[in-house]
Ligand binder design. Structure first.
Ligand code: C2E
Ligand code: CA
Ligand code: CA
Length: 402
């Protein structure tokens, strides 16, 4: 294996994995023109070591002897790789397309696919694309909006599934739980992120139906982890305001938890302050009954929206999730740091457990740890992944070490 690693800190790095040294050189030259420091590997035997935090892009040849590209994709998923991934190959387009989809389904940031020989302009365009991380080709292609009827059908026919995103204990580094995030397995369009259909769900008043489907999918995901030998301590699910209208909802949740044998105190509903502010009377009834049945309640995206401290006092919350926008700026912005510090202090004083979202760097992890935050969720810990990937993720998870 050839590899040329440069000392840190430096420009963002790009990892080329290609068994052909000549092809490696060509791809590296293009990467350099796009402002990346190229690193080359002619096989993937040391993938874990090579996937350093400064590696922001991976260009992967699908056809390699030994460990092939598909196997590498699977390992990138297991390692929680957050770099954007570009596939190159001489194989024909359908194979390239399904490999691409495989990466997307695994939660990788799939940025594009190119046929060999690679044209410099095409690769440069993919590398220079300034779009924010995540959401591969689908997000750029301005997808057609699905009708309310189609979304309803998807909910009723079981096309809605969940990915799990792990949450880690900032003191011990151990896994504390996972958030279940909805994904639509669309038969024609592939895996769709919530951004593609949540607006339709809201407009068509399908929030309750979706939530019930997601609760069921989250419980199945918890079962699947248990079958793989992973006793996931907790599962959380997003609770949109539309689901706070049916007073029988808490009873159905209780029945679903009992069916799967998950103790209610290990199940968390996440709701945003904005959604609670809309209809406090009905919400208060339902949320209080959910709490009485033993499930926990988290304030999601804390710090954005209508931050009514009064609501925090009136509603029976048990945890607080600090919005990722503050966490992202934590290492560099004094005001973001002040908000995070005070959110943690507030949570402490109110007796709430506190989780930081969007933890992407070790710097953020240590700041949060020093500030006394309880839990971390974000790409540093792991990307949202299919439940079947959780056990493999856990076996490769190493919390940051000072
Ligand atoms: P959210 O509840 O705040 O979920 C976290 C979102 O942040 C997820 O996006 C996740 O992939 C992303 N994320 C996680 N870690 C990081 C990180 O380190 N950096 C960055 N930049 N992003 C990170 P996703 O899955 O696309 O979900 C987006 C939103 O869609 C969610 O935001 C939530 O509001 C909504 N949503 C997701 N699942 C459901 C659901 O089952 N029901 C409802 N009603 N809404 C859902
Ligand atoms: Ca959430
Ligand atoms: Ca959130």
């Amino acid at each position: 294996m050839t590899e040329h690693a440069a000392p840190r800190p430096g420009p963002p790095a790009l990892l080329v994995i290609d068994d052909d040294p000549a092809s490696c050189e060509v791809l590296s030259a293009i990467a350099r023109r796009a402002g990346f420091e190229p690193r080359m590997a002619t096989d993937a035997s040391r993938l874990e070591a090579m996937l350093a935090p400064e590696v922001k892009a991976v260009v992967l040849d699908l056809q390699m002897p030994g460990v092939d590209g598909i196997e590498v994709l699977r390992r990138l998923v297991a390692l929680g790789c957050s770099a954007r991934v570009i596939l190159v190959s001489g194989v024909d387009a359908p194979i390239l397309r399904s490999a691409f989809q495989l990466g997307e389904e695994g939660g990788l940031d799939m940025a594009g696919r190119l046929q060999k020989p690679v044209r410099a302009a095409e690769l440069l365009a993919l590398l220079r694309d300034p779009r924010p991380g995540k959401a591969g080709a689908g997000a750029r292609d301005a997808p057609p909006r699905e009708s309310a009827e189609r979304v309803r059908h998807a909910i009723e026919s079981g096309e809605m599934t969940v990915f799990l995103q792990p949450q880690a204990d900032l003191r011990t580094g151990s896994i504390a739980g996972a958030e279940a995030l909805v994904r639509w397995r669309h038969p024609e369009r592939g895996l769709l992120l919530p951004g593609h259909f949540i607006a339709t769900v809201e407009d068509a008043a399908l929030g309750l139906a979706l939530t019930e489907a997601v609760v069921e999918a989250a419980l199945r995901a918890w079962d699947a982890c248990a079958r793989d030998g992973l006793d996931l301590p907790e599962v959380s699910v997003n609770l949109p305001p539309e689901a706070l209208t049916d007073t029988a909802f808490p009873d159905r949740v209780e029945a679903a938890l009992a069916r799967h044998g998950l103790p209610p105190h290990r199940f968390v509903f996440e709701l945003t302050e904005t959604s609670i502010a809309r209809d406090t009377v009905a919400a208060l009834d339902i949320l209080t009954r959910l709490r009485l049945k033993g499930t926990r309640l988290a304030v999601d995206d804390f710090g954005v929206g209508y931050s009514s401290l009064e609501l925090l006092r009136r509603l029976p919350f048990t945890e607080l999730k600090i919005d990722r926008q503050f966490v992202a700026e934590l290492p560099t912005s004094a005001s973001a740091a002040a908000i995070v510090r005070n959110s943690i202090a507030l949570a402490r004083d109110l007796g709430l457990r506190v989780l930081a979202e969007g933890v992407e760097s070790e710097a953020a992890w240590w700041r949060l740890s020093d500030l006394g935050c309880d839990l971390a969720q974000g790409y540093l810990v792991g990307r949202p992944m299919p439940p079947s990937g959780m056990a493999a993720w856990l076996s490769s998870w190493r919390p940051p070490a000072r």
